[in-house]
Write a protein that binds this ligand. Structure first.
Ligand SMILES: [Zn+2]
Length: 243
């Protein structure tokens, strides 16, 4: 890392909201460039490096989210709510294609409309996406470490609209907590629904998983076809094992 690089990062950091997207991509490339073991940083052991993000415990994040019975989308929506409420730890939002003529601030919608401005209908960027949350909660190769501002927003959203959380509750070393049977069941159901939708797409029968109005549904026919497919897969796996 050269001095010029650091100067660039510092200057980008000073751009504020409009510069965030560029700063993030710079930090991401820096994270790649500086990957590898980092020395500890004294009294802030969780902050490994400016560029590499904070190592949090994915299981703790899942647990804290589920404690409020929130889906990942719910967390996305609550993080947008911070912005709407003018919370100091809110993440920025902006109209993706540039500022509107009347200069209004974006009003991110909720659920499937969360990437659209509720006021003008134009696409919005910013906040935290469901996909990003999935990566923060992942223990696999897709795992992503949140930047400090992201962690602050997650903590603020949980604390403002759900059960209060401290940053330390999300870091490794926080006491392990068992997930409730309801939470596990909810997740299994969501995962199965996701597979059902995927299956309907793959077999070219999307109408089995979406109503004409575009709402997700899980028809008897879809459940039957998918059960058949699963049986078929299991039989194939059995054959493979036996041979
Ligand atoms: Zn708008």
């Amino acid at each position: 890392m050269t001095t010029a690089d650091w100067t660039r990062v510092t200057r980008l950091g000073a751009l504020g909201h409009r510069g965030v997207r560029r700063r993030e991509s710079t930090e991401m490339s820096m994270a790649t460039a500086t990957a590898g073991p980092e020395p500890g940083t004294g009294d802030r052991p969780a902050v490994r490096h400016l560029a590499s993000g904070i190592t949090l415990d994915p299981g703790q994040l899942v647990w804290q989210r589920e404690r409020n019975s929130w889906s990942r989308q719910d967390l996305v929506d609550q993080i947008a709510q911070l912005y709407l409420d003018g919370h100091q730890d809110a993440l920025p939002f902006w109209h993706r294609d540039g500022d509107p003529a009347d200069g209004h601030r974006p009003v991110p919608g909720t659920g499937s409309l969360s990437r659209i401005c509720a006021r003008c209908g134009a696409p919005v960027s910013g906040g935290l996406t469901r996909d990003a949350i999935a990566k923060h909660e992942s223990t696999g190769p897709n795992r992503r470490k949140p930047k400090p501002a992201t962690l602050r927003a997650i903590v603020a959203a949980l604390s403002e609209y759900g059960e209060p959380v401290r940053p330390g509750d999300l870091l490794p070393g926080a006491p392990e907590r068992e997930r409730s049977p309801e939470a596990l069941e909810r997740e299994a159901r969501r995962e199965r629904n996701r597979k059902l939708r995927e299956f309907a797409k793959v077999v070219g029968r999307p109408e089995l998983a979406w109503s004409p109005a575009g709402r997700a549904r899980y028809t008897v026919e879809l459940q039957r076809l998918y059960a058949e497919y699963e049986k078929h897969q299991a039989a194939r796996a059995g054959t493979a094992l036996a041979s």
